[in-house]
Design a protein around this ligand. Structure first.
Ligand code: TPP
Length: 289
């Protein structure tokens, strides 16, 4: 029996008081405990950023990699041992900016991974530059006259790009977020959960109050949102654009069953790579000039 406290660590957090990241780490531990995933069977990978410090704060295996490079590391771990539960976490700058090429290609391959993006619409660690999801007009250190670029839309990109589970949560609603994480981790295939995560220090626009006034749950809609309908999911993904951020749906937007990348590999059909003997394996040809 795994309890939430089993995922606790002694390391002191470096996040600012009130940061949305605290709720994310709490919800993640709650989801892992509900799914009864033992600490040694889970790996949490990240890039670089405030959000990417998360692997330090959960007692599972962890790997803080390079800025924007969490997903390739996570997919490599999954290929080496496809029995592990592999979760990648990071910021909107990390995943939708410098790491966006990895994001696109890992999605279309449908690895069985969960990707949680702490989307605070700002670069937190480097103290407040505009990110790919910053709202038009938002004043930051790098945009003193306001952002002029069209924000990146993670949800429509994921729905179009081949992710087989696409959801959004809000760090101000921890119980709902835990349920979304539980579903994402249980899903077989690539699951994106974009989380509205208030950065209380550097983003004075997208605050807890801002989101609380605007978010609504897709599953509470009447009629209920159909998560199998790609076109409807896209329409919902554009609602924040159409309403100029006045209505922000959270919950599961889209779900689909498709074979995972690992399912298609005969080499790991019966046994994970790490369980196979190295004896007799000759890699010298691969190393030839
Ligand atoms: C290759 C490289 N470029 C730039 C940086 C500097 N850098 C570190 S974190 C970061 C952005 C952080 O923002 P985000 O990914 O949104 O995460 P947050 O800190 O907001 O959680 C940048 C630009 C770096 N570490 N490595």
């Amino acid at each position: 029996m795994v309890a939430i406290a089993d995922y606790n660590v002694r390391e002191k957090s470096q996040w600012c008081p009130g940061c949305g990241n605290f709720a994310i780490v709490g919800a993640l531990k709650g989801a892992l405990a509900e799914l009864q995933i033992p600490q040694h069977q889970a790996v949490i990978v990240s890039g670089i950023g405030c959000s990417s410090k998360l692997p330090h704060y959960v007692n599972t295996y962890g790997f803080e990699s390079l800025h924007g490079r969490g997903l390739p590391v996570a997919s490599g771990i999954k290929l080496a041992n496809n029995r592990l539960t592999v979760i990648d976490v990071g910021g909107d700058g990390d995943g939708y900016g410098i790491g966006s090429g990895h994001f696109l290609h890992i999605m279309r391959r449908n690895y069985d991974l969960t990707y949680i993006v702490h989307d605070n619409q700002i670069y937190g660690l480097t103290t407040g530059q505009a990110s790919p999801t910053s709202q038009i007009g938002m004043k930051t250190k790098t945009t003193p006259h306001g952002v002029v670029e069209t924000p990146f839309n993670p949800l429509s990109t994921a729905i179009n790009g081949g992710a087989t589970f696409v959801a959004r949560a809000f760090a101000g609603d921890m119980a709902h977020m835990k349920e979304i994480f539980r579903q994402a981790i249980s899903h077989r295939g690539f699951a994106l959960v974009d989380v509205f995560q208030p950065c209380v220090t550097f983003n004075k626009l997208n605050t807890y109050d801002f989101f609380t006034k605007r978010v609504y749950k897709l599953e509470e809609q009447d009629p209920k949102h159909d998560t199998g309908n790609r076109m409807l999911a896209l329409e919902k993904a554009y609602e924040q654009v159409k309403t100029n951020y006045e209505r922000l749906p959270i919950g599961v937007f889209f779900k689909e069953d498709r074979p995972t990348y690992e399912d298609t590999l005969p080499q790991i059909k019966d046994k994970a790579l790490v369980e196979q003997p190295l004896a007799g394996l000759d890699i010298s040809k691969a190393l030839d000039d």
